[in-house]
Design a binder for this molecule. Structure first.
Ligand code: FES
Ligand SMILES: [Fe+2]
Length: 359
């Protein structure tokens, strides 16, 4: 994963004063609300003898370890050791890591890294979230896949007629019209045009019968956000899928998503938004979980990419930019990438001359 980014790791509503464990790239953290309702995120490993604090409780604004009752403040410093005589000083190193936290867009965002506040990359914008004309549903889904593969599937138009044939039936007409990619410091996106999906289910109410094409804006915000905006080209109707693909470990991704729509905003239509998302996941699952290597290759020549992959190429270039800056950790530490025998120079030359890289 990349360090020095905010990661949306949980829904706000899921965190109370009862400690809750989350796992990010194989490390456990514990989240809870203090007496003021502020979220606290700590490393979930007691400094005493390693017990999980998620099995503990919050008392007098301290998180208590369930093993010997040590009490941690929100900075991760131990303030109470019940087995010691009163007045015995507590070692400074009786401390665990406390991580910066924000609440935004119904998510809890935790900063993994070592940059000071003013140098941290921003949390992506989602202005529709605060606009009451949009109706919002949420959900989560677990993949046995690396999060980079999950992200790339959300950037990919070319698989729709094959994997999502229930909506896109025509496999004989699968050409992807060329599209432009826009990249900035933290994100890459493209507006894509495709054949319109079938007017099934509630789509009958929001899609015109004779619609010649369908358009979507596909975006990746580093480190792990997919945003897909479906435009139904009818009365301004749109559906926005905004998902945090959480790297639980190298083989597991937990996607926590919200879906925003500005049509059929009555609660009775919520089931349809959820069903469409889950159906899409189920269709994607088999192919995404089959991909090897698990992590997308560091080198652009590691796979044969064509012009319909231009958005994924832009994503891989962004990844590389921050890996090269030293922000890759764990699966994205350069040492852990299986580099081929060829020298790095030879690979770079090949990439520079590759006819496949059209952006
Ligand atoms: S292991 Fe936590 S107090 Fe002993
Ligand atoms: Fe898909």
């Amino acid at each position: 994963m990349l360090k020095n980014f905010w990661y949306a790791v949980e829904f706000s509503a899921a965190v109370t004063n009862k400690p809750k464990q989350i796992t990010v790239m194989g490390t456990n953290y514990v989240l809870y609300r203090d007496s003021k309702g502020q979220i606290v995120a700590l490393e979930d490993r007691c400094a005493h003898r390693g017990a999980s604090l998620a099995g503990g409780w919050v008392e007098k604004n301290c998180l208590k370890c369930p093993y010997h009752g040590w009490g941690y403040n929100s900075e991760g410093q131990v303030e109470l050791i019940p087995a010691d005589k009163p007045g015995v000083p507590i070692a400074k190193r009786a401390k665990i890591k406390s991580l910066p936290v924000r609440e935004k867009y119904s998510f809890i965002w935790v900063f993994f890294g070592d940059l000071p506040d003013e140098q941290r990359p921003p949390i992506p914008q989602l202005p529709e979230f605060d606009n009451p004309t949009w109706r919002i549903v949420s959900g989560e889904y677990t993949w046995n896949a690396h999060y980079t593969r999950v992200i790339e599937s959300g950037l990919d138009s070319a698989h729709a007629p094959f994997v999502h044939s229930a909506f896109f039936s025509n496999r004989d007409d699968a050409e992807v019209p060329s599209y432009e990619v826009h990249t900035d410091e933290w994100s890459a996106s493209a507006k894509t045009i495709s054949k319109p999906p079938k007017r099934v289910g509630l789509l009958k109410f929001i899609v015109k019968r004779d619609r010649p094409f369908s358009s979507a804006e596909l975006t990746v915000h580093l480190p792990n956000i997919n945003r897909i905006t479906l435009d139904f080209n009818f009365r301004g109707y749109q559906y926005i899928y905004f998902a945090s693909n959480i790297p639980v470990d190298e083989n597991t991704t937990l996607t926590k998503w919200i879906g925003l729509r500005n049509f059929l905003t009555q609660p009775w239509a919520d089931w349809n938004s959820r069903k469409n998302t889950i159906d899409t996941y189920l269709e994607d699952k088999a192919v995404i979980e089959s991909q090897h290597p698990r992590v997308v290759p560091y080198h652009l020549t590691g796979e044969v990419l064509v012009s319909s992959d231009n958005l994924q190429i832009a994503y891989r270039k962004l990844l590389r930019k921050y890996i090269d800056r030293g922000w890759g950790i764990g699966d994205y530490g350069l040492d852990s990438q299986q580099l081929p025998e060829e020298s790095l120079n030879a690979i770079e030359e090949k990439e520079a001359s590759s006819e496949f890289l059209t952006i």
